[in-house]
Each structure stands twice: as structure tokens, then as C-alpha cells.
Unconditional design. Structure first.
Length: 319
């Protein structure tokens, strides 16, 4: 199979049939073998009814329905796990991503050998204050923090080599920083392609103002994950040893001063350096212990299910 197209969605009943028909036209005109994976992230409208109908009329349409809204990252994770294509394309369901971009994205992965091609919506039709400026800020911070030189980390339109999606773990709210996860997994051929952005045709965005705060928190998380997820002792242990050494150094100084230099001076407990040394050694010990426990957790980590699927469409077919 050439292409798996993964489409996470939440309450997008108006756009699904139009998006499906558009994708099918592109697939047929380019003679691709394909599957379309709709991941219904707990929709409360008629989205799943429409997906089921599309699956009956087109056996290349497959669907997963979450029992409730678990989030876009979990939807992508489920789609990655189910995908069978050699090249994986992800796109949003709101018709803001253009299916006409798919053939060129496929060629960049299949022919040119890239691991990941991320879409870059260079010209956007979103509100400047609510989306454009925050997106530019997040993308700038992500570039500086991760070292991945992309202009648009959060674009839903991306193309992946099959080995990439079967390797990375997308959890929490990390869909915003998938390119960083890909780099951290050891895949280095990452680039971007300018893609067309279209104004939302139906409904309204499902992401509120909380995405700004979540985005910054996720950026801190992704920085830690990319550098220390597999070796937490390197961060917490180093900080713990540093703090304990500083505190112990002050304790030695106070002891030498009291025993040999100024034995008749004030009590150790009357000197602020005593409490600084004590606190520094306690914090250092705690940080070292946190690193040690982190190492144990990393080595004993088991796969966890982060979502519950209630129904499926055409999932047992082999293409």
C-alpha cells in the first residue's frame, strides 16, 4: 500500500464527506493505493455516523472511535498504530489542509528518502492575535529549544516514513512537537514544505485559549524529554551532586572555623551559613534520589493504554 492518510477529528460532521471525496479524487488521479483512517476523538455530533457510511461505500475508509475525548495526540497514536501504508500522511479534518499537497509529500518521503516532511503554512488565514502571533512565538521557542529548524511545528499536514510512526510515542499533548520526538528517536532527515492554508469552511476551532499555556508547558516537557527522558540521573543527579557539594563545602568551612580559627565564637546554629549548608545538602540529596528513582522508572516502564476505543470500521482488512 502506498499511502495511509490519518485524520484525527472532533465534531467535524459538515466537512467529512467533502474531505473524503477530495482525497479520493487525488488518490485516483495519481493511481495510489491508499487507506483513509478517520480517528473520531469522542465526537458528540454525527461524525461517526458519517464515517460508518463512508466505510460502507468505500472499503479504503477505516475508522476508530474513542469512547470519549482523549486528545489529538492519542488520536494520532492510535492512527500510527493502525496504519499499514509505506508513507503516512496526517491532516486535519476541517478542510484547512489541502489534499492536493499529498502527491508531492509522498514523493519527498518515498523517492527522496526523507523521514519527515512537515507542512509550513507560510500564508495563514487565521486571526492574527488569536493564532498567528502565538504560533510564531511557539515555533521560535521550539526552534531554539530543540534545534529542529522548522517554521511551523504544529501544522497538521505532515508526511512520515512508516518506520518513523512505528517508532515514536505521541502522548499527552505532544502532537505540537512531533518533529522533536522524531529527531529524539534518531531520525535526522527532517525538512519542511510550504503548503496551502485554507480558511475554515465549517464550524469553529476546537482549541481554546488554554492551548497557549499548554503549549509553553509542553515545550518545557519536550525539552526535558528530548535531552533527559532516557537518562534522568544526568540532570537530577548532576544538580543533586552540585547542591550537596556546595552545602558540604559550607559545612566543612563552618567546622574548621569553629574548631581551629574561632572556637570561642558564636554557636554554629546562630550563623546563617549553617542553615544554608543544611538546606543545600538536603535538597541535593532529594534531587539525587529523584534522579535515581527516575532511572528505575525508565528501566521498568511498560506500555500503557492512553485511550479506549469503542468501535471500528474496516480495520480487519489486509491491503
Amino acid at each position: 500500500m502506498n499511502i495511509s492518510i490519518i485524520i484525527p477529528l472532533l465534531n467535524e460532521e459538515e466537512s467529512l464527506t467533502e474531505l473524503h471525496d477530495w482525497i479520493v479524487r487525488v488518490m485516483h488521479s495519481n493511481q495510489f493505493t491508499y487507506e483513509i483512517l478517520f480517528i473520531d476523538d469522542g465526537s458528540t455530533d454525527r461524525s461517526w455516523e458519517i464515517i460508518t457510511h463512508l466505510g460502507k461505500s468505500n472499503p479504503n475508509v477505516k475508522g476508530l472511535r474513542f469512547l470519549k475525548n482523549f486528545g489529538k495526540s492519542q488520536a494520532l497514536h492510535a492512527g500510527f498504530k493502525a496504519a499499514k501504508g509505506d508513507v503516512i500522511i496526517t491532516m486535519d479534518a476541517d478542510l484547512q489542509d489541502n489534499p492536493e499537497e499529498i502527491p508531492e509529500l509522498y514523493e519527498l518521503i518515498h523517492e527522496d528518502g526523507y523521514d519527515l516532511i512537515s507542512g509550513w503554512k507560510k500564508k495563514r488565514y487565521d486571526s492574527i492575535l488569536s493564532k498567528n502571533l502565538p504560533s510564531k512565538l511557539f515555533n521560535w521557542a521550539a526552534r531554539k529549544t530543540s534545534g529542529v529548524k522548522l517554521h511551523d511545528f504544529n501544522c497538521g499536514l505532515k508526511a512520515y516514513k512508516k518506520e518513523v510512526v512505528k517508532t515514536i510515542e505521541v502522548s499527552g499533548e505532544m502532537h505540537r512537537y512531533i518533529p522533536v520526538l522524531v529527531k529524539s528517536a534518531g531520525f535526522s532527515k527532517i525538512d519542511e514544505k510550504v503548503v496551502k492554508h485554507q480558511a475554515r469552511k465549517y464550524g469553529k476551532t476546537k482549541f481554546g485559549m488554554e492551548r497557549f499555556i499548554n503549549g509553553f508547558l509542553d515545550l518545557i516537557t519536550i525539552w526535558f524529554v528530548s535531552k533527559f527522558a532516557r537518562r534522568p540521573m544526568h540532570l537530577f543527579g548532576a544538580l543533586g551532586v552540585l547542591m550537596f557539594t556546595i552545602g558540604f563545602g559550607f559545612a566543612i568551612y563552618l567546622g574548621v572555623d569553629k574548631l581551629f580559627i574561632n572556637p570561642l565564637g558564636s554557636l554554629l546554629t546562630d550563623r546563617p551559613q549553617f542553615f544554608f549548608a543544611l538546606i543545600a545538602m538536603v535538597i541535593g540529596s532529594q534531587l539525587f534520589l529523584a534522579g535515581f528513582l527516575g532511572e528505575i522508572m525508565v528501566r521498568n516502564r511498560k506500555n500503557e493504554t492512553r485511550y479506549t476505543i469503542s468501535e471500528g470500521v474496516n480495520l480487519n482488512q489486509n491491503k
